[in-house]
Design a protein around this ligand. Structure first.
Ligand code: SF4
Ligand code: SF4
Length: 262
């Protein structure tokens, strides 16, 4: 990774119209403050277990739970994301965070990356060009700021720890559709009180079994894609695949233009 310098300009862009990935505990706190939280689901085809030395696959494995789509083994990754249009509800008129000392880890980390396999690229960030100068941020591939690094370590630990709760949460809410990974996300937006009650019940139950890391037994998931060729390919290998349906209680965020059946 190239060396980078960075000084936040306090432009506030990262506090506007973004989806903030939250830990389970952060999602509960966000909902209690009256904020909105959605689920973003993706399915990763997992026909065979990767080699132990495949660190990137093992990273994904630790942050997903096993399931099946038809006869195709998959792993399901679920994000809990705070959603808001325009300014974050916690952003003050002076562009300062109103919950600074309790702000989510992702806010403490931005613009650095949590995923160790994603290279930080200024072009992919909302920060203005003049932010990328000044204080040394990365040297020899290492973040200089130990507090940011500690937040990244916490976020990585939480995303692995939260997997069991997310598996149980999906079962409790009847969430069973996911987008094909790297093509987009299926989103669920339950009513806030329903989601908070389900999260509280699931998290409390799992915390009672603090050292029980078993996941929910594999259940059947539907893999959603807006690309006809993807649906055909998945179906040919035994998956339950379909294009996004307007009759279901989910949304679809695709990274690519839809290709309908001809
Ligand atoms: S919680 Fe605070 S730092 Fe995070 S997006 Fe909202 S205003 Fe910005
Ligand atoms: S977008 Fe970048 S420069 Fe602007 S407030 Fe956020 S971290 Fe700072």
């Amino acid at each position: 990774m190239n060396d980078l310098d960075f000084d936040c300009t306090m432009c506030g862009k990262c506090c506007h119209g973004l989806r903030l990935a939250l830990t389970v505990d952060e999602a509960r706190a966000w909902l209690r403050r009256g904020g909105r939280v959605e689920l973003m689901c993706e399915a990763i085809p997992w026909p065979v277990e990767p080699a132990a030395e495949n660190r990137e696959a093992q990273y994904r494995r630790a942050r997903s739970f096993p399931a099946a789509s038809g006869t195709l083994p998959v792993r399901i990754a679920v994000l809990l994301v705070a959603t808001f249009d325009g300014a974050c509800p916690n952003l003050g008129a002076d562009m300062r965070c109103g919950i600074y000392h309790e702000r989510p880890l992702v806010c403490r980390i931005y613009p650095a990356e949590i995923n160790p396999f994603v290279v930080l690229a200024p072009a992919n960030k909302g920060c203005p060009p003049d932010a990328w100068q000044g204080t040394p941020m990365i040297r020899h591939g290492q973040l200089i700021d130990s507090e940011v690094q500690a937040s990244i370590d916490q976020a990585r630990a939480a995303s692995a720890r939260d997997v069991s709760i997310k598996a149980q949460l999906c079962a409790a809410l009847g969430v069973e559709h996911a987008a094909l990974a790297n093509e987009g996300f299926v989103t669920y937006a339950p009513e806030s009180d329903v989601l908070l009650a389900a999260l509280d019940a699931t998290a409390d139950e799992m915390h009672d079994k603090a050292h029980d890391h078993r996941h929910t037994p594999a259940t059947q998931w539907n893999v959603i894609s807006n690309r006809h060729e993807t649906v055909e390919t998945l179906t040919s290998v035994g998956a339950l695949a379909a294009p996004p349906a307007t009759t279901h209680a989910y949304g679809y965020l695709g990274f690519f233009a839809a290709t309908p059946a001809s």
